[in-house]
Design a protein around this ligand. Structure first.
Ligand code: CP
Length: 354
């Protein structure tokens, strides 16, 4: 959603860039195409050890404020920022180590952080909607949503779509199978919202009844006349798919312990091992936003969780989730460059693409 109060208009830019990146709707498809081209360039530059500092001229440090645990989003963003020459101030476990632990609101946190004039704030928030609430208080400082509760994870959706395009040639024209915890997982919501804007996609959702894709997402598909169905038949769905996108049970979001134990039990039949992956098409790809749960993992409540993708499939040529994770850094370099260029300009050695 592009709001005239929260945009920057660039000379030479055909499209308005959103100031904040809160959800996948903040982008036009043409802009995503530009971003993906930039990500391709950054992939090459990083692989060839090209120094990218100076592609933008950031005067102000970036703030990376993560209330919830993160390995990929936080480190890929911070690597991306440092590769572009930004200093980064960071907190993980912001719920505990920031003054939110003393009762401060997300609005007050945002006013204070933006008051120090960082170049950008990258945030992961505990509750859905907090990214928007924070952005509304940040004036000219851009906010990038690194995931808000059960809400959105737009930069994950971008890197997922970038991975599909890189490997299969196009985000559109694909058969998508999304499986696992489709109720509580924000990455699946954002990926369906983004990919369904491309033409000729079809969807199959694989989950226990209690963890089905929410109606607000499927209603949007209905409104766009896009075909989808729900199933519990993993192998049949995998056999049909071009893109399989599997997710873990978000056990930490299920507050009732009996329900959680019930879901763990049900989830066991949705695990992908050698038998299941062998039913995929040769050209099919298996993605996962990660982290995945390792077999035998015991969580902080003492409950043993079930694995959703077994390590035995890692060497199958269709398993592309580690490549997907690496793509996160290239995509986020492109995003930071794109978000900050209007404020800091560019050096000329890497002119904006028209
Ligand atoms: N995919 C993802 O968001 O991973 P992290 O939680 O490790 O950032």
């Amino acid at each position: 959603m592009i709001d005239s109060n929260t945009v920057l208009k660039l000379e030479n830019d055909r499209l308005i860039r959103p100031r904040h990146i809160i959800g996948v709707d903040d982008f036009e498809l043409e802009q995503i195409d530009q971003l993906f081209k930039l990500a391709d360039d950054y992939k090459l530059k990083v692989q060839n050890k090209v120094d990218c500092r100076g592609d933008i001229n950031p005067i102000d440090p970036a703030i990376s404020f993560f209330e919830e645990p993160s390995t990929r989003t936080r480190f890929s963003f911070e690597m991306a920022a440092k590769r572009l020459g930004l200093a980064v101030l960071t907190t993980e476990a912001g719920k505990v180590f920031s003054s939110k632990a003393k009762g401060e609101s997300i609005e007050d946190t945002a006013i204070n952080l933006s008051g120090y004039s960082p170049s950008v704030v990258i945030g992961r928030f505990e509750h859905s909607g907090e990214a928007r609430r924070a952005a509304d208080q940040m004036g000219e400082v851009p906010l990038i949503n690194g995931g808000d509760g059960k809400g959105e994870h737009p930069t994950q959706a971008l890197l997922d779509a970038y991975t599909v395009q890189s490997i299969l040639g196009s985000v559109g024209g694909q058969r998508y199978v999304l499986g696992g915890d489709l109720l509580n997982g924000r990455t699946v919501h954002s990926l369906v919202e983004l990919s369904s804007r491309y033409e000729d996609n079809q969807y199959v959702f694989v989950s226990p009844e209690e963890l089905k894709m929410p109606e607000e997402i499927t209603d949007e598909l209905k409104n766009k006349n896009i075909e989808f169905e729900h199933t519990t038949d993993v192998e049949e769905a995998l056999n049909w798919a071009d893109v399989v996108y599997w997710t873990r049970l978000q056990a930490e979001r299920i507050t009732n312990r009996n329900e959680k134990l019930e879901m763990i039990k049900k989830q066991k039949r949705f695990a992908i091992g050698l038998k299941q992956i062998s039913s995929m098409k040769e050209h099919g790809i298996l993605l996962h936003p990660l982290p995945r749960v390792m077999p035998g993992f015991v969580d902080s409540a003492g409950d043993t969780l079930e694995a959703e993708i077994l390590p035995e499939v890692d060497n199958d040529s269709r398993a592309r989730y580690f490549e997907q994770s690496q793509n996160g850094m290239y995509t986020r370099m492109a995003l930071l460059r794109w978000a900050l260029e209007p404020m800091y300009g560019h050096t000329g050695k890497y002119p904006p693409k028209n």
